[in-house]
Design a protein around this ligand. Structure first.
Ligand code: XUL
Ligand code: CO
Length: 477
């Protein structure tokens, strides 16, 4: 159990940390200064032999084709691509190495030279855009430190970022945009007690400066949203933690972010991404309801929405559908980090979603929300450690995109069929009566209700029709 917890923390931090270390065969040691980048310019394609991925329909046996995702096809009055608004997560796709606490990296992408240099960062960015083009996705998401190396000083880190962002801007052309950008406030040792909730004011200032810059570059690249995932905003022990003060600091940090967003004219949505544990024992943004309460308490409703990640949902003991519905009914559903966990593993495995039932429930929430724009589906998901060929990057994304597309088709079928909605409508129909409607309008005083309870006697309680609901759901898959 103890070992399991240690593993869990290491796995979580390793997700992104490993990107700093050598991601390829050690042609030269990992470096932070860009001195070891002697492997020259990359010539030609990064993914030779892999064609642009096309829709071939459910009967296709071609692994490099979509079976269910047909970008231009209309479903419930909207093109599939506009329902989905897919995005690639740079950190998993281009910095994920397959390394884990028990073993070295397994993925030696041919374009990696084993360094964390600026030259390598730029080459990786070119690989990102070739991948986006071939998979047919117009959006990408990044942390500042995934795309450009940390420098010796904040100024140097910012200069590195500017250089890589200038290239990304050029490669984006007119079609591709970040779905969101974010600042990595959890990997560097300075953030060991958190960023905005650190007990040290110098760290709070550093975190603010990093978010300021990350917001600027997201805006410059035409990003549609900006995400706050409180990587280390939480605590390990309440014995040495002033939780109230830390949360007040987090509230102030969010206020300052809103002010800065307005100052630079960034119209994107600010999103908070809830997660219960990992890396801290208790993350402040535990789940959607906790985060909604935080936003309400600090007067931030209307300024922020939520980015719901499915594997975070299950870590908090909820289903993804529950978290999406909680966000939606509070007017806070902004974006989805599309991934899933493993039912037998208790940590954030960040797998591509392949369960059609889960995808259908996710899509029911998205449809009820009228879509996610300006949010979308970010594949915050990584290849398994054992998937080591470049082609696997494509296969993983194709299966994730097809699963959600299939979910959309099933959800649309359920909605068009109408029998599930009818079952739910009937279940609550007693509240359509005169007194039911009065209760819903806030006019159900206790004296009137007592009189009715006496007059009506023991209420007749109808069946919930649980099995029928399941049956209808299954028939749409
Ligand atoms: C970590 C996680 C992050 C955020 C962005 O679990 O999901 O990658 O999405 O910082
Ligand atoms: Co995420």
């Amino acid at each position: 159990m103890k070992g399991g917890r240690i593993l869990l923390l290491l796995v979580c931090s390793g997700v992104i940390t490993l990107g700093v270390f050598a991601a390829g065969p050690p042609t030269c040691p990992a470096d932070l200064g860009g001195k070891c980048s002697g492997s020259g310019e990359w010539e030609g394609e990064f993914f030779p032999g892999i064609p642009k991925i096309k829709y071939e329909g459910p009967s296709s046996k071609n692994p490099l084709a979509f079976k269910w995702y047909n970008a231009e096809e209309e479903i419930l009055g909207k093109k599939m691509k506009d329902w989905m608004r897919f995005s690639i997560a740079f950190w998993h796709t281009f910095r994920g190495t397959g390394g884990d606490p028990f073993g070295a990296p397994t993925k030696y992408w041919p374009w990696e030279d084993g360094t964390n240099s600026l030259a390598m960062a730029k080459r990786r960015m070119r690989a990102n855009f070739e991948f986006l083009e071939k998979i047919g996705v117009d959006r990408w998401c990044f942390h500042d430190r995934d795309i450009a190396p940390d420098g010796e000083t904040l100024e140097e880190s910012n200069r590195n970022l500017d250089e890589v962002v200038a290239l990304a801007k050029e490669l984006q052309g007119t079609k591709i945009r970040p779905l969101w950008g974010t600042a990595q406030l959890f990997m560097h040792p300075r953030y060991m007690h958190g960023g905005a909730t650190s007990s040290e004011v110098g760290v709070y200032a550093y975190a603010a400066a990093q978010v300021k810059k990350a917001m600027e570059v997201t805006h410059y690249l035409g990003g549609e949203n900006y995400v706050f995932w409180g990587g280390r905003e939480g605590y390990q022990s309440l014995l040495n933690t002033d939780m109230e003060r830390e949360l007040d600091h987090l509230g102030r940090f969010c206020e300052a972010a809103v002010a800065y967003k307005k100052k630079i004219g960034f119209n994107g949505t600010l999103l908070i991404e809830p997660k219960p544990q990992e890396p801290t024992k208790h993350q402040y943004d535990w789940d959607a309801a906790t985060t909604a309460n935080f936003l309400r308490k600090y007067g931030l409703i209307g300024e922020f929405k939520l980015n719901i990640e499915c594997n975070h949902a299950t870590l908090s003991g909820h289903s993804c559908h529950h978290e999406l519905e909680t966000a939606r009914i509070n007017g806070l559903l902004g974006n989805i980090d599309a991934n899933t966990g493993d039912p037998q593993i208790g940590w954030d495995t960040d797998q591509f979603m392949t369960d059609i039932s889960e995808a259908t429930m996710v899509m029911l929430s998205v449809i009820r929300n009228g879509g996610l724009a300006p949010g979308g589906f970010n594949f915050d998901a990584k290849l398994r450690r054992e998937s080591t060929e470049v082609e696997d990057i494509f296969l993983a994304h194709i299966s994730g995109m097809d699963t959600l597309a299939r979910g959309l088709r099933s959800a649309a079928k359920l909605i068009q069929d109408g029998s599930l909605a009818e079952l739910v409508r009937k279940r609550y129909q007693s509240f359509d009566t005169e007194i039911g409607a009065q209760i819903e309008a806030g006019k159900g005083d206790f004296e009137t209700l007592e009189k009715l309870a006496i007059k009506w006697g023991e209420p007749k309680v109808p069946s919930a029709k649980q099995e029928l609901a399941e049956m209808i759901f299954q028939s749409a898959l």
